[in-house]
Design a protein around this ligand. Structure first.
Ligand code: PBG
Ligand code: ZN
Length: 339
């Protein structure tokens, strides 16, 4: 097609008022598609700020229930839970203990907030004394020995009442193993959100501080992906889909927008992207220094992740976005058109 050129075509005409800009806006944001991650800890009466993640807290279950009242008020509809156990060991016992912090939390939450979507992160690193996502023998992370523990963990979350389980370990074959375990115990309708393309990223550093899950030796490069690769990410996604993943996640989000975009093109399925702890912290730090405007930056970042092809965004900004939506006066706030 031969598109008209200047001066017949002037792209600025359709940018001249906010009304016209809205009319041709290609990407929208909605609270319907934002998931707020949380860290839950043992004990009672705890709400402590995470030093490397300003504005984020570790909650004990009792204090978390009041947080959920605030979320309800703000119309946040989906949460993802990470557990921080009191004691860790070499078989991640806390991960699949029916009285573990996540299992107890999910039971309490579903009783009080039945409509809230409760997604649980399924991994072993927070529960392993060495901080790795799998069973360690010598210095090696043993793939196949890890699978049954992951399946046990997912099952215990399902039994507690989770609405979706989200394996984040990056072991080969975990989606198939978890799917089979769930199906075998009457949970064939419980969906799996797979951290399918999870990169070995420096952007997880604040999370590891929050969850006390920094590996004791080595790094996660033998299981998480090399940031240099995109074809491999597509292959990982394909494998997880074949094994029964219902929703596919790419993580982190901002440095991997090309991966989101390619995955969208190739598979044309709903995608999730995790705007991770380090991405959050960069915004908070730059804002605290007065270098950027937080609200505008968050709007632009989330819009960009959606534009790249993500339907769902997991982001620590969710609660604040919801607050901005709630307190927006017509036209005064970038988030005022979100409902
Ligand atoms: C645990 C897990 C991690 C994140 C989600 N699940 C950390 C890691 O792999 O080291 C990162 C989330 C974030 O940085 O916000 N496997
Ligand atoms: Zn892990």
């Amino acid at each position: 097609m031969n598109l008209p050129r200047f001066p017949i075509f002037r792209p600025r005409r359709m940018r001249s008022t906010e009304g016209l800009r809205k009319l041709v806006r290609e990407t929208t944001l909605s609270l319907d598609q934002l998931i707020m991650p949380y860290f839950l800890t043992e004990g009672a009466g705890i709400k402590e700020e995470i030093q490397s993640m300003p504005g984020q807290f570790r909650f004990s279950i009792d204090r978390f229930l009041s947080e959920l009242e605030e979320l309800e008020e703000l119309s946040v509809q989906h949460i993802l839970l990470f557990g921080i156990p009191n004691s860790k060991d070499l078989k991640a016992s806390g991960a699949y203990d029916s009285n573990g912090v996540i299992q107890r939390a999910v039971r309490e939450i579903k009783k009080r907030f039945p409509k809230l979507t409760v997604i649980t992160d399924v991994c072993l690193c927070e529960y392993m004394s060495h901080g790795h996502c799998g069973v360690v023998e010598g210095q090696k992370i043993e793939n196949d020995k890890t699978l049954s523990l992951l399946a046990e963990t997912a099952l215990s979350h399902a039994e507690a009442g989770a609405d979706m389980v989200a394996p984040s370990d990056m072991m080969d074959g975990r989606i198939g193993t978890i799917r089979k375990a769930l199906d075998g115990r009457g949970f064939s309708e419980l969906p799996i959100l797979s951290y399918a393309a999870k990169y070995a990223s420096s952007f997880y550093a604040p999370f590891r501080d929050a969850a006390h899950s920094t590996p004791e030796f080595g790094d996660r490069k033998t299981y998480q992906m090399d940031p240099a690769n995109i074809k491999e990410a597509l292959r990982e996604i394909e494998l997880d889909l074949a094994e029964g993943a219902d929703l596919i996640m790419i993580k982190p989000a901002l440095p991997y927008l090309d991966v989101i975009s390619k995955a969208k093109e190739k598979f044309n399925i709903p995608l999730a992207a995790f705007n991770v702890s380090g991405e959050y912290t960069m915004v908070k730090a730059a804002h605290a220094m007065g270098y950027i405007d937080e609200q505008k930056t968050v709007y632009e970042i989330l819009t960009s992740i959606r534009r790249a092809g993500a339907n769902v965004i997991l982001t620590y900004h969710t609660k604040e976005v919801a607050y901005w939506v709630k307190t927006a006066h017509e036209g005064q706030n970038l988030f005022s058109h979100l409902i």
